[in-house]
Design a protein around this ligand. Structure first.
Ligand SMILES: [Zn+2]
Length: 250
């Protein structure tokens, strides 16, 4: 069995048989992994509370070729994130980020994706009140961008001409981004994206949440993200944590 020692963040876990747990993690050197921690429920000595949701550390994974499930031999925790569990807004945001990462990340080394997830969980840990929505939006778009699906905002998604920076544009999910006036007139559907919303989205794609959003703007951004994910990253299954995050208001 090949041993991989890598930075890892716990994104989901569930009990397996009487004494073990299965963890789903994003790792720096192995991408998204499912790992079996034998005896994790029986002995707190071996893995302890270090393996709480959103904990980050160094994982020792044993991977077998052709097997989807690795074996975890050790997890040395570097950072716990109890702040995420203390506030429903933060927790729902972090759960939506975890779902997005687990659903669409791949099992190959991806430092940029790993760093985007770490940045997302750290930003959400520090976010207060309405700022958690902007932090989640920025985190999700940043991850979408690192997964290689980021929308074009400054050139037309159809004809690739440069767009006026402060113009209101049509955002076409189908075309993968903003459209020029001519292509916008021909597009069967889309969302009107005012200049300030396009500005915010530019920031989100690099993980910059900007200031807190007004409620209507936050809802419009959540809808835009949901529609974009449905168009480009769908596997036919609903994103339940994302839906819960979008429905809640605190
Ligand atoms: Zn065009």
């Amino acid at each position: 069995m090949a041993l991989l020692a890598t930075d890892a963040v716990v994104l989901h876990s569930f009990d397996y048989l009487e004494s073990s747990r299965i963890f789903r993690m994003v790792t720096r050197d192995g991408g998204v992994r499912s790992v079996l921690a034998k005896g994790a429920r029986r002995s707190s000595r071996r893995f302890g509370s270090a393996m709480d949701l959103f904990a980050q550390g160094t994982a020792q994974l044993h991977a077998k070729p052709g097997r989807d499930l690795d074996t975890l031999s050790a997890f040395d925790v570097l950072r716990c994130r109890p702040m995420l569990g203390e506030d429903l807004g933060r927790f729902c945001g972090a759960s939506a980020i975890a779902e997005l990462t687990l659903r669409f990340g791949r099992d190959a080394a991806d430092s940029a994706l790993f760093d985007a997830v770490v940045a997302a969980l750290d930003a959400l840990s520090a976010a207060e009140g309405p700022a958690t929505i902007a932090a989640t939006l920025a985190s999700a778009w940043h991850i979408v961008s690192e997964l290689g699906f980021g929308p074009a905002l400054d050139i037309c998604g159809e004809c690739h001409i440069e767009l006026v920076a402060d113009a209101t544009v049509l955002f076409s999910h189908r075309s993968g981004g903003a459209l020029c006036q001519r292509c916008g007139r021909l597009a069967p559907s889309g969302r009107v994206l005012p200049a300030d919303a396009r500005d915010a989205l530019r920031g989100f794609l690099v993980g910059d949440a900007g200031g807190p959003l007004a409620d209507a703007a936050a809802r419009a951004h959540q809808r835009l993200l949901r529609e974009f994910l449905a168009e480009h990253l769908t596997d036919g299954r609903p994103l339940r944590a994302f839906e819960l995050w979008e429905e809640q208001r605190w």
